[in-house]
Every structure is written in C-alpha cells, then in structure tokens.
Design a binder for this molecule. Structure first.
Ligand code: NDP
Length: 331
C-alpha cells in the first residue's frame, strides 16, 4: 500500500517537498482490525494545525509515520465481527490508498440516497461544524442578519443555506467571481474580500447588510474579522470556527485593532471544536440528510484525481483553489 508522510514540520506555507509518498507491505490483520480500500480522501484546513509539532486539540502528525485524515472506502478484509467485506465505511485512515486499522474507529455509512463522498463534506465533519457553529454557538434566530466568511467553502456554504432557510438576511464573503456567483444563486448577498482594506470591506458589508450584523460566522480572521466587528449590532454573536488566514503565518499575527467593538456592542465571541458536540451528530443527520437527498440543500465539490494529488489538494485550500468541499478521488 502507499501512504503520505511528513518529512519535517513546516514553517509557514508547507513546501510540497515535505510530503513524501511511501510504500509498505501491510502485515496480516490483527484481531479486531479491518483493511479498507479507500475511494475518497478528505483534505481539510485543520490538518495544517497537525503539522506544527505541538498539540492543539488533536495530536500533531508524527514525522515519518502515515498521515491521517477523513476517508471513505470499502472493507476488503476483516478480522472483526462488527464489519463485513463489502461494507462502505468512513474512518480516519486517509492520505493513503489502503488503510488497516482497528474496527472501532470505523463507521458504516448510513443507508441514505446520497453520493458516498457527501459524508466527508455536507453530511460529515464540515457539515456538522456548520450546523453546530450556527445553531449552538451563535444561537442564530429567524430574522437575524448573518455574515459568513469563506462562505463558498465546505463549512461556509452550508452555513449560508441553513441561515437562509431560517429566514435570515445573509451576506457571504468569498474570493473568486464564480464563488460569488454561486452565493448569489443561493439568495446570499455576495461580497469579495480581494483587493480590499478592512475599511473598504466593512463599507461593502454595510451596503450588503444595511441593518448591521447579528451573527458573524468566522472562518477566516484577518481583515474579515476587523471589517465584521465594525458592523456588529448590539448583542451580536460571533462563532469562531476557524481563522485560516493565519494558519501559515510565520510569526504571530496582530489582532484586529478594533476588538474593543465587542465591548461597545455588548457582543459575544466564542470558539468551538466540532468534535466536542458530536453527540448531536444523529440529530444533524436526521435534519440535514433528507434535505440533501431531496436536492433542497446545494453543495459543491472540487475533486482531484489520484493519491499523488493529495498534497496539492491540501495546499490549494490556502489559495482558495476549492469551491465547496475539497476531495481526492482514488481509482
Ligand atoms: P473551505 O472549504 O472553506 O476551504 C478554505 C477556503 O478558505 C478557501 O477556499 C478560501 O476561499 C478561503 N481562504 C483561504 N485562505 C484565505 C485567506 N488568506 N483569506 C481569506 N480566505 C481564505 O474549508 P472548510 O470549510 O473545511 O473550513 C472552513 C473553516 O472552518 C476553516 O477555518 C477551518 O479551519 C474551520 N473548521 C473548524 C472546525 C472546528 O471544529 N472549529 C471544523 C472544521 C473546519 P476564498 O476563495 O473565498 O478565499
């Protein structure tokens, strides 16, 4: 089997040469293990945090060991009675073609009429993140004025649609014009952050949301946060989901100079980690999966072909190379 390792922890944007494809002969299955042929691999922004050599909320990748990530595949051999050959499953043995791991970390895909790779995106961890951040953390209510950064990505594109479905006025920040066009087709006011200062972005958000912002769903940080702070209504809530703008920074990034707006506007800003809320995953799936299956919720994928494309797919996340969920498809 083939798998990726990191040869060193990067400083700044990871160099492509740090990702090495290695080959191994897998040992016989131990008691309780399964072997899975992967068909889909997920690459996600949070993986950059696992490349920094320090523990955040998840252990760093071990140098020289197989990297990990969300994956979908088919069980081809099993030494555990809970799984059968032919089962389609999701698990964390990504960044490789064949995964061999304990059965307890492997989940059989629900029997719902959606493409299987949706469980890495709209019906998986990113979808659950959108739902949790909007409903649980930001306590979004019908009629709220909602602002979302990285709004055409895997998480953001579900956030904007869930907020629209609640009857909110929604503004979405994104980069490229085809992303803004998709947001507009979803009934979202699209705003580009490109070539704009924080003040210009703030002015543009005001035009798009004349009644201010009650909920800011934060995926980016940087000028997006600074611009958003200036438009907050009294009692606004900010769900800090991520700050991708700083993930490759070589030195600490200065905070927004207007953070004190939180005081003036009596706003609340709260971070969260989706895995702490996983007990709600069945509720999320019950609510969202039928809407995805019925085509009521839109989602997009950007698909790269072959295991060798995995590092580039990951690195493109930081250049906005994806619309919707970034995925790797294996033969
Ligand atoms: P996306 O699909 O949104 O991909 C990343 C997108 O971020 C890019 O397409 C790009 O879109 C935008 N982006 C990248 N760099 C910058 C930059 N410097 N400035 C502005 N925009 C940038 O990824 P996900 O949906 O998977 O993740 C979105 C966020 O959610 C991330 O911050 C991630 O870390 C976080 N997250 C947090 C979780 C939690 O539990 N708290 C769980 C999962 C994700 P564009 O072209 O518009 O710039």
């Amino acid at each position: 089997s083939q798998f990726y390792t990191l040869t060193d922890y990067p400083n700044g944007l990871p160099d492509r040469a740090l990702f090495t494809l290695e080959t191994q002969t897998l040992p016989e299955l131990a008691e309780g293990e399964v072997r899975i042929r992967n068909r889909w691999l997920s690459v996600d922004p949070y993986m950059r945090g696992r490349m920094s050599g320090v523990r955040t909320y998840v252990e760093p990748f071990d140098i020289g060991k197989p990297m990990e990530g969300g994956a979908i595949g088919e069980v081809i051999e099993t030494n555990d009675s809970s799984l059968n050959v032919g089962d389609n499953v999701s698990h964390m043995g990504g960044w490789r073609d064949i995964a061999q791991l304990p059965a307890q970390g492997v989940t059989v895909l629900p029997d719902i009429d959606v493409p299987e790779q949706a469980y890495l995106g709209v019906l998986g961890m990113p979808g659950m993140t959108a739902w949790t951040g909007l409903n649980v953390i930001a306590e979004c209510k019908p009629g709220d004025n909602v602002l979302v950064s990285a709004a055409s990505g895997a998480v953001g594109s579900l956030v904007v649609q869930l907020a629209k479905a609640k009857g909110c006025h929604v503004v979405g920040i994104a980069g490229a014009s085809h992303k803004l066009a998709w947001l507009e087709s979803l009934g979202v006011e699209p705003v580009s952050y490109r070539e704009r200062t924080a003040q210009e972005l703030s002015d543009t958000i005001k035009l798009a949301s004349p009644n201010g912002i009650d909920v800011y769903y934060e995926n980016v940080g940087g000028i997006c946060l600074e611009a958003a702070l200036n438009q907050l209504n009294e009692g606004a809530r900010i769900a800090v989901c991520g700050m991708i703008e700083s993930y490759n920074a070589k030195t600490p990034v200065p905070g927004p100079s207007n953070l004190a707006q939180l005081v003036v506007r009596k706003a609340k800003m709260q971070g969260f980690i989706v895995t702490d809320h996983w007990q709600h995953y069945p509720d999320f799936l019950k609510e969202i999966a039928p809407q995805v299956a019925a085509g009521k919720l839109d989602y997009k994928e950007t698909v790269k072909d072959g295991l060798e494309s995995t590092p580039d797919a990951f690195l493109e996340l930081f250049e906005g190379g994806n619309i919707g969920k970034m995925l790797v498809k294996l033969d």
